[in-house]
Ligand binder design. Structure first.
Ligand code: CTP
Length: 412
């Protein structure tokens, strides 16, 4: 059992029922092990037709269970023993037939038997459906899915897309990394359940002409980590992102923008319908006063004396300050970031007052841009407090817990 990784000290029973998506379960076993979990694979007879227990044993590092009569267990009760140590049972792929078995509480095979025999309160059941789109859409399957949800199972996906049968539609199993992230999210405390959070992330790009512009080194990692942590905590999250190369966290609604003005235009209507606004974007303070409609040619841009062009700037709107000045009924709880290169807390305190926000999170800009780890200091009217240093996702989760405790609920 590993002490590091997002799933450190978690023991997962990974169940495979029959389906082509069993090939993705091999990857999933690897992803879970890489994330620090111990993985006990249980396969149905049908699953063994699609992928061999040898592969799953090699990837999980443990002998696979396939049969309820397996005599390896001292008391011959694999169905009991396997779930008593587990933190979760994940069935991926879950076939239409397997979901039907769950819905009926059947126990024909070891996997359905252990799902029924698990201590349901302590060991959650996560199910990743994988089947042809017609099977998924069939009222019988939809009825069964609704039933297992009502019985407490968590249904992950399915996604839409190309299917093994050549058809296109709903029923594809989620990818291994998506399932891993769903499981990681499952274990996070739901401190923002039912709440709404808007976050800006990344740099802005201020165009000079169609091919050039002014930007900065912000990677967007902190803002994306906050969006992910808030979604994991149960919030409904909207992320307004400048030009960055970051994957959208699962379940997060993303709006891509380029310039500060576009970011403000995207943020303002959203801010009025979100309870929390976190401004992590490194918004350019200035933009070129004029944007050339065509590429500025080198020689043609010199003035009469042969001088290269000078760029005149105008100030960009302050997005955070604008949101913080909304009328109280429309104003979210505002959290600003302060990326500083020196006198970090003093500058953060000055921004707290200037922008009129209840919380500023200060960090050392040059030391953190593009990196995975960071240090954060919370600065508010009462004083300042550093969060324990960590990677950006760990810090984002700590910050989300702080925000959950501080942000007042908006009347519905
Ligand atoms: N911010 C914003 N809109 C701007 C500038 C900043 O919303 N036009 C937000 C940032 O997202 C951050 C906070 O304001 O949450 C502080 O940003 P920072 O760049 O540190 O501060 P500035 O106000 O630009 O001040 P300075 O450049 O003097 O440090």
């Amino acid at each position: 059992m590993s002490d590091t990784g997002e799933l450190a000290r978690r023991h997962i029973v990974l169940g495979l029922s029959g389906g082509v998506a069993c090939y993705k379960a091999a990857d999933l076993a690897r992803e879970l092990v890489k994330a620090g979990a111990t993985v006990q694979v249980v396969m149905t007879e049908a699953a063994c037709r699609f992928i061999t227990p040898v592969t799953m044993q090699a990837l999980s590092g443990r002998p696979v269970f396939t049969n309820q009569w397996d005599a390896r267990e001292g008391n011959n009760m694999a169905h009991i023993n396997l779930t008593r140590e587990a933190d979760a049972v994940v069935v991926a792929p879950a076939s239409a037939d397997f979901i039907a078995q769950l819905a009926q509480g059947r126990a024909d095979e070891l996997l359905s038997l252990l799902c029924l025999a698990r201590p349901a309160q302590a060991v959650p059941l996560l199910v990743a459906p994988a089947m042809n789109r017609e099977m998924w859409a069939h009222p019988a399957t939809q009825r069964n899915v609704a039933q297992i949800r009502a019985d407490g199972a968590f249904v992950l996906g399915p996604a839409a897309g190309d299917q093994a049968c050549g058809e296109i539609g709903d029923g594809r199993m989620l990818e291994a990394d998506e399932l891993r992230d769903e499981l990681i999210a499952h274990f996070q405390p739901k401190v923002l359940a039912g709440r709404t959070l808007l976050v800006t992330a990344g740099p802005t790009f201020e165009a000079l002409d169609p091919v050039r512009g002014i930007t900065n080194l912000s990677s967007g990692k902190m803002g994306f980590a906050i969006a992910r942590a808030a979604a994991e905590a149960g919030a409904s999250v909207t992320l307004v992102a400048g030009p960055v190369h970051q994957p959208t966290p699962r379940g997060v609604r993303r709006i891509d923008v380029s310039s500060a003005e576009q970011m403000l235009a995207a943020v303002l209507p959203e801010a009025k319908v979100h309870e929390v606004f976190v401004a992590t974007a490194a918004v350019a303070d200035w933009r070129p006063a004029e944007v050339a409609a065509q590429k500025m040619k080198k020689d043609a841009s010199r003035d009469g004396a042969g001088r290269v062009p000078a760029i005149a700037f105008v100030e960009n709107p302050d997005i955070l300050a604008t949101v913080a000045r909304l009328p109280a009924a429309e104003r979210p709880f505002c959290v600003g970031f302060a990326a500083e290169s020196h006198d970090i807390v003093r500058h953060a305190r000055e921004k707290l007052a200037r922008k009129g926000v209840p919380l500023i999170v200060a960090n050392d800009g040059p030391a953190t841009f593009g990196r995975d780890d960071n240090t954060l200091v919370l600065v508010d009217a009462q004083g300042e407090r550093a969060l324990p240093p960590g990677d950006k996702l760990t810090l984002a989760r700590a910050l989300v817990a702080e925000i959950a405790a501080r942000a007042p609920r908006r009347p519905a």
